[in-house]
Design a binder for this molecule. Structure first.
Ligand code: UT7
Length: 326
């Protein structure tokens, strides 16, 4: 193997809004129950942003924590990438709001829109920019305020989502080119627009001129999710010649406990190596993977040198996986 530039994680941060909404509280609003939500999804509660608390506010708080833990100042960052489907405004990019609030200086800044697969898409994109030398130190943030695009009368969707943000600082380092290197080692991304209508928002600047509400055919998403996540995890691990069962941690997108369990079972990854936060956070779309990574890291489970497989799927459908050594 020849030396290769790797994108190594040097800091992780998270921010959840203060307000916690339990299933019981939701059942006062729509015709649902704590037992239905728990049994079908594993969700117990979700965090909901306060009035005036924007996606960029959550992103900035998560980014500050990640920078502090990486021992870096905002001025040392030359790429700000925000994965989000709930930007502050239609434009400019939420990443530029984050940049202004953090004071990163003239870094490259952009948003990436791949809904729940946003974070694996963003990490893969940032890694490519670091590898080719366009940037050296990136803030890769997943941040969402899905509460703003939910139809709070629709019990089939409003119980499933929450708000939050997670961030990683990743930095270019020279590796040896082997599987033992720290950093992002492999990735696979896919999308299939034939499924556009199974999970979408019924508004937008070019179609209705409104923001719109989330609409989902949950059963169809469920059916495709398991098969796509399994295939994507296998393809990504296959790049390194390993089986998914050999990773130290599986960090899937947190949409539904049943999906996560079905995928882990097919991949032969034991339960104790699966990071599960859907009970506490619900589905936070592009924020769910970095939030889960932060939980595993701050609880002392995820350690330097661990092999981590992150996989996600969402609207589009868009899906993918990233394999990295922490
Ligand atoms: O992040 C992007 C990826 N998104 C996902 O991964 C979501 C994937 N889908 C799912 O997680 C599941 O399909 C859901 C959790 C959304 C739904 O679970 P399900 O087991 O597929 O239930 P269902 O949609 O088949 O609905 C079963 C019943 C229906 O009643 P009938 O038609 O059987 O009388 C629904 O009307 O449950 C009813 N229902 C509810 N009942 C109480 C739907 N939502 C609720 C609710 N409370 N909140």
């Amino acid at each position: 193997m020849s030396p290769r530039r790797r994108s190594v994680v040097t800091g992780v941060g998270a921010r959840l809004p203060e307000r916690v909404v339990t299933n019981d509280e939701l059942s006062e609003r729509v015709d649902t129950s704590d037992s239905w939500i728990r049994e079908r999804t594993g969700i117990r509660q979700r965090h909901i942003a306060a009035e005036g608390e924007l996606t960029s506010d959550l992103a900035v708080a998560a980014a500050r924590q990640a920078l502090e833990r990486a021992g870096r100042r905002p001025g040392e960052i030359d790429l700000v990438l925000v994965a989000t489907s709930t930007p502050d405004n239609t434009f400019p990019a939420t990443a530029t709001a984050v940049q202004r609030k953090l004071g990163t200086g003239p870094a490259m800044a952009l948003d990436l829109q791949a809904v729940c697969a946003g974070y694996v898409y963003a990490l893969t994109t940032a890694e490519a920019l670091l590898r080719c030398g366009r940037a050296r130190r990136a803030l890769v943030i997943g941040a969402e305020t899905f509460s703003r695009i939910l139809d709070w009368e629709d019990r089939a969707t409003c119980v499933l989502f929450g708000d939050g943000a997670g961030a990683l600082v990743i930095e270019a380092e020279e590796g040896t080119g082997t599987v033992l290197d720290r950093g992002i080692l492999a990735a696979a991304l896919s999308a299939d627009g034939r499924h556009y209508g199974h999970l979408y928002v019924d508004g937008g600047p070019s179609s209705t001129g409104t923001v719109g509400h989330l609409r989902m055919n949950g059963r169809e998403v469920f059916r495709h999710a398991v098969a796509a996540l399994v295939a994507s995890a296998r393809e990504t691990c296959g790049e390194l010649g390993i089986a998914p069962g050999e990773v130290d941690w599986f960090v899937p997108h947190q949409a539904n406990r049943r999906i996560i369990e079905a995928v882990a079972k097919r991949l032969e990854i034991p339960e104790e190596r699966v990071v599960m936060t859907v009970d506490r956070h619900a589905n936070t779309s592009a924020a769910s993977i970095p939030l889960a990574l932060e939980c595993a890291w701050s609880e002392g489970r995820l350690r330097r040198g661990d092999l981590v497989l992150a996989s996600a799927i969402g609207g589009g459908f868009a899906w993918g996986s990233v394999l990295l050594r922490w």
